[in-house]
Design a protein around this ligand. Structure first.
Ligand code: HEM
Ligand SMILES: [Ca+2]
Length: 801
C-alpha cells in the first residue's frame, strides 16, 4: 500500500470531523431543548465531581505533597505560572467540559458528531460564560492606540485577540473520549508510544554537524521572544495556587489535571537516577469564546496580536506595575551600578535559581513572566525595554507638551510597529523562504499603506501553531550561550540571572554571542540541555522539552500528523527515508504519529528552514496576525502612522536596535545571518542613529527652500504636523512665504505687488481646502500668473503704441 492510498481513510476521517448537517430551525430548537434538559439533569453530578477533585487537591496540599514553593527535585519553570484570571476561567471550563462529556454519554453522540451536536449555547444560569462581558469599546474606532489587553481591535468581534481568550483550532480536537481525555490510544487500538521514548529514541541530542552554518543563534532567540508576545498557555494549578504533583514514588499518579510523562525503565539517561516519571500538568480547560458546549479548549493568557505584550504586559495591572509613570518610560534599575537593567523582582516570586554568594542578584520583571528563563531571553527583553525608553525620551524632547500617558502610548505604538516590521521583514523570510512569503502575502511594502485589513479575519492563535508548529524553535537551540570568551551551558543558566549583573559582560556579551554563534538546524534533534536538563536544580532531575511538546500535543487533543498534513495539502515525500523509518518504527501505525515529531523532522521548504507542514501552519497564522490586526503597522486609517513616520519605522532592523541599546561596537547588518559578506557587511554601531523623531513633532515643519525666481517672485513652504496625538490647532500663521526677487525696474513694482496679491490668495485657498500647500501646484500657479502678465504687459505695450 502506498502512502497515498493509505491516506485515503484518514482524509475521510478528516472530512467527517468537519461534517455539518444543516438543521431546520425546528430541528435546531428541538436539539437545543434536549441538550438543555440533559445538561440540567447532569449538573448535580458534574458539580459534585468537580467538588471531589477540589477536595482531593486540598488533601494533596494539606499533606504537603503539592506545594506553593519549588522543590529541588522539580524542574519547575516559569511557564507554570498561571494568572488568577485564568484560574477563574478554568472553573467555568471544568463545568463546561463536565456537562459536555456527560451529554455525549447520555445522548450517545458519536465522536465525529460531537462538535456539531454540542455547538449550542445553553442558557442555564449555572453555565456562567466568562466571556459574556464584552467591553463597549467606545472611542476604539478612532483611538490611535491598542488597548493593553487587545480587546476592541476588531470592532465587531471585540474580544478577538484579547488576552485570556481560548486558542482556536485548524481542525477539531481528537480526544480519546471525544471531549476531553488526552489522545493516548492508537487509531487501531493499543497505546501510543511513550512521549519520553519518542524523545530519547528520535529527538536525540543535536550534533555539531547539525549546526545551521549561516543562521545566527539570534534567530532562535528572536523567535522565542516573538513567541512570548503572542502566546502563553495557561496550565492547571493545585489547591491555593500550589503546583500539581503528578509523579509519585512509583510513577505517574492518577489525578484529574495530571498527565505525567512515564519514563521507560530502560531509559538511556534517567534510569541511572531511578526516575520513573516526569511531572506534567494538563493545560487548564476553558469554555469556547462563544460558550457553546463542546470539546475541551485551552487558554491564551497573552494578547494574540504582535503588540509587544511581552514587554508591556497583557493586562492593565501588569502594564501599570511596569511603568515609571514619568516621561512615558518603563521602570529600570535592578542594579544601580549597571544602567538600564530591567526592574528587579525583589521577592523572588519567579522562583529563580539565585547565587548564595551575592544577595544583590535577583530576577527581573517584564510583561511576560517567562522573562527569566535564561540570560539570552532576559537580554533581548532588556534591549527592547531600553528602546522604548529611548523613544519616549526622544518624543519628550520634541516639546510637544505630551503627558506621560501620551509619551508611553506613542512609544509603545512605535515599538510594537518595530516588532512587526522585524517579524515580517527580517525573521519570517528566513524561516519560510521567499516563495511562501509571496503566496501568503506576508511581505511588508516598501512605501505607501497596506490596504489588506479584513475584519472577518480572526487573528486568534491556533492550537496547532502553539502546541506544535511554532515550537520548531526548540530544535534551533544550541547547547550553550557564548559569554565573555567562554560559554555558558543552558543547564547552568536556566532561571539564573547572574550574568546580567556582570558589568564587564552582561547584555553586551550575551547579545554579541547570539549574533556570533549559529542556530542549530531545524530537525528531529534537540540539544540534551533541553531534553535532559530543562530547569534542572539537582543532577538527574531536569525535564525533557521534546517529551513535553509531544505530551502537550496529546493533552490538547492535537490531531495526528497525517491529518494536518492532508489539510495543508503537503505531498507525501517530505522526510528523508531514514528519518521516516526511524520515526514510524516507534508507532503502531504511521497514522498515529504526533504532529510535533513528524513536523519538526520534515525536510525544509526551498529557501526556508522548516518543512512544508509547519510552514503551512505558521504562514497561515502570520497571515491572520497581519490581515486580522486593525493596528497592523502598515495600515491606513484613524490609528495610522503618517507616511513619513511609517518610512522611519521601515528603516528599523534588529541590528540597529541592538546597536542603539547595547555597548556593542559593530554587528552584522542582518542580525539573523551569522557570517558577514558583501550582502551582509559588518555595520559599525557608531553610524547608527535613532529614528528621526522630528516626524513626530507637532506644529510647523522647518521652512522649505526658496523656489527659483519666476518673474521676480519666489516663495517657500512649510507643513503643519497636526497628526494625532498632536492638538488640532498647533499651527498658527501661513504655510507659505512669498517675496520679490531679482532686480525689477521701479515701473514694474506695482504690477509685481498685484501679482503677489493674487498668488497669495490662490495659495490661501489651497491651504484652506487641503490643509497644506502643494509645491508643484503652487509652482504652476505662479507660472500661469507670470505668463498672463507677460501677455497683459505685451497687450499694454501694443495699445500704448
Ligand atoms: C532555550 C530556549 C527555550 C526554552 C528553554 C524553551 C522552553 C519552553 C517551555 C518549558 C515551554 C512550555 C512547554 C509546555 O509545558 O507545553 C515552551 C513552550 C513553547 N515554546 Fe519554547 N523554549 C525555548 C525556545 C523557544 C523558541 C526558540 C521558540 C520558537 C521559535 C519557542 C516556542 C515555543 C512555543 C510556541 C511554546 C508554546 C507556548 C505556550 O505554551 O503557549 N521556544 N518552551
Ligand atoms: Ca501580544
Amino acid at each position: 500500500q502506498t502512502l497515498d492510498q493509505a491516506i485515503q481513510p484518514i482524509e475521510n476521517l478528516g472530512q467527517s470531523l468537519f461534517q455539518r448537517v444543516d438543521l431546520t430551525a425546528n430541528e435546531q430548537i428541538q436539539k437545543e431543548v434536549i441538550l438543555s434538559n440533559t445538561v440540567s439533569a447532569s449538573l448535580p453530578s458534574v458539580e459534585s465531581n468537580i467538588q471531589a477533585a477540589v477536595s482531593q487537591d486540598k488533601s494533596f496540599f494539606d499533606r504537603g505533597i503539592d506545594q506553593v514553593g519549588v522543590k529541588n527535585t522539580d524542574f519547575f519553570g516559569p511557564h507554570l505560572f498561571t494568572s488568577p484570571q485564568a484560574i477563574e476561567i478554568a472553573s467555568a471550563g471544568e463545568l463546561f467540559s463536565g456537562v459536555s462529556k456527560s451529554a455525549v454519554e447520555t445522548l450517545a453522540i458519536s465522536k465525529e458528531n460531537i462538535n456539531q451536536q454540542l455547538s449550542s449555547r445553553i442558557s442555564i444560569p449555572e453555565l456562567r460564560c466568562p466571556f459574556a462581558n464584552v467591553p463597549d469599546c467606545i472611542g476604539a474606532a478612532t483611538s490611535r492606540y491598542r488597548t493593553i489587553d487587545g480587546s476592541c481591535n476588531n470592532l465587531n468581534k471585540k474580544l478577538w485577540g484579547r488576552s485570556f481568550t481560548p486558542f482556536e483550532r485548524l481542525l477539531p480536537a481528537l480526544y480519546d473520549n471525544g471531549v476531553d481525555e488526552p489522545r493516548q490510544t492508537s487509531l487501531f487500538g493499543g497505546p501510543l508510544p511513550l512521549a519520553r521514548k519518542i524523545s530519547s529514541q528520535f529527538h536525540q541530542p543535536s550534533l555539531i554537524g547539525h549546526l545551521m552554518p549561516d543562521l545566527s543563534h539570534m534567530t532562535m532567540e528572536f523567535g522565542q521572544f516573538l513567541s512570548h508576545d503572542i502566546q502563553r498557555n495557561a496550565l492547571s494549578t493545585g489547591y491555593a495556587g500550589s503546583s500539581l504533583t503528578c509523579c509519585g514514588s512509583n510513577g505517574p499518579i492518577s489525578r484529574p489535571n495530571c498527565f505525567a510523562i512515564e519514563i521507560p525503565t530502560d531509559d538511556p539517561y534517567y534510569s541511572q537516577f531511578n526516575r520513573t516519571c516526569l511531572n506534567f500538568v494538563r493545560a487548564l480547560p476553558t469554555p469556547k469564546l462563544d460558550c457553546a458546549l463542546g470539546q475541551r479548549q485551552q487558554l491564551n493568557q497573552n494578547t494574540h496580536y504582535i503588540d509587544g505584550s511581552q514587554i508591556y504586559g497583557s493586562d492593565e495591572q501588569t502594564s501599570n506595575s511596569l511603568r515609571a509613570l514619568t516621561g512615558g518610560k518603563l521602570q529600570t534599575g535592578a542594579d544601580p551600578a549597571i544602567p538600564n537593567l530591567l526592574p528587579k523582582d525583589t521577592t523572588n516570586a519567579a522562583n529563580c535559581i539565585l547565587p548564595a554568594s551575592n544577595a544583590n542578584v535577583k530576577c527581573f520583571l517584564a510583561g511576560d513572566v517567562r522573562v527569566n528563563q535564561h540570560p539570552a531571553l532576559i537580554s533581548i527583553h532588556t534591549i527592547f525595554m531600553r528602546e522604548h525608553n529611548r523613544i519616549a525620551a526622544g518624543l519628550e524632547a520634541l516639546n510637544n507638551g505630551w503627558s506621560d500617558q501620551t509619551l508611553y502610548d506613542e512609544a509603545r505604538k512605535i515599538v510594537g510597529a518595530m516588532l512587526q516590521h522585524i517579524t515580517y521583514k527580517e525573521y519570517l523570510p528566513e524561516i519560510l523562504g521567499d516563495a511562501l512569503m509571496n503566496t501568503y502575502g506576508l511581505k511588508p511594502l516598501t512605501n505607501g499603506y497596506f490596504n489588506g485589513y479584513t475584519n472577518s479575519v480572526n487573528p486568534t492563535i491556533k492550537n496547532e501553531f502553539s502546541a506544535a508548529a511554532f515550537r520548531f524553535g526548540h530544535s534551533q537551540v544550541h547547547d550553550s550561550l557564548k559569554y565573555n570568551n567562554g560559554v555558558q551551558y543552558f543547564k547552568d543558566v536556566f532561571l539564573n540571572p547572574s550574568s546580567l549583573y556582570d558589568a564587564s559582560g552582561g547584555v553586551n556579551s550575551i547579545t554579541k554571542g547570539l549574533m556570533e554563534s549559529s542556530s542549530q538546524k531545524v530537525d528531529e534533534r534537540l540539544t540534551s540541555q533541553l531534553t535532559r536538563h530543562l530547569f534542572e536544580r539537582q543532577p538527574g532531575f531536569g525535564g525533557d522539552l521534546a517529551a513535553i511538546n509531544i505530551q502537550r500535543g496529546r493533552d490538547h487533543g492535537i490531531p495526528f500528523y497525517q491529518l494536518i498534513k492532508a489539510v495543508c495539502n503537503v505531498s507525501s515525500n517530505v522526510h528523508d527515508a531514514s528519518v521516516w523509518t526511524a520515526l514510524s518504527a516507534l508507532y503502531q501505525s504511521p497514522f498515529d504519529i504526533d504532529l510535533y515529531s513528524a513536523g519538526v523532522s520534515e525536510k525544509p521548504v526551498s529557501g526556508g528552514k522548516i518543512g512544508p507542514t509547519f510552514a503551512c501552519i505558521i504562514a497561515k497564522q502570520f497571515e491572520a496576525l497581519k490581515k486580522g490586526d486593525r493596528y497592523y503597522y502598515e495600515n491606513s486609517g484613524d490609528q495610522a502612522f503618517t507616511l513619513e513616520q511609517l518610512a522611519e519605522i521601515r528603516k528599523t532592523t534588529l541590528s540597529k536596535i541592538v546597536c542603539r541599546n547595547t555597548g556593542i561596537a559593530a554587528t552584522p547588518t542582518k542580525a539573523f545571518i551569522k557570517s558577514t559578506s558583501l550582502s551582509n557587511p559588518t555595520m559599525p554601531c557608531s553610524g547608527v542613529s535613532a529614528i528621526d523623531y522630528s516626524k513626530w513633532k507637532c506644529g510647523w515643519s522647518d521652512w522649505g527652500q526658496w523656489t527659483p525666481c519666476v518673474n521676480f517672485i519666489q516663495f517657500r513652504l512649510r507643513t503643519c504636523r497636526q497628526q494625532k496625538p498632536c492638538a488640532a490647532d498647533v499651527c498658527t500663521g501661513d504655510a507659505f512665504e512669498i517675496q520679490m526677487c531679482g532686480s525689477a525696474s521701479s515701473a514694474d513694482l506695482p504690477r509685481i505687488q498685484a501679482e503677489i496679491q493674487s498668488f497669495r490668495s490662490i495659495l490661501d485657498v489651497q491651504h484652506k481646502s487641503n490643509g497644506f500647500v502643494d509645491l508643484q501646484m503652487a509652482q504652476s500657479a505662479l507660472q500661469s500668473i507670470a505668463s498672463q502678465n507677460v501677455l497683459q504687459s505685451a497687450d499694454a505695450s501694443l495699445s500704448a503704441a
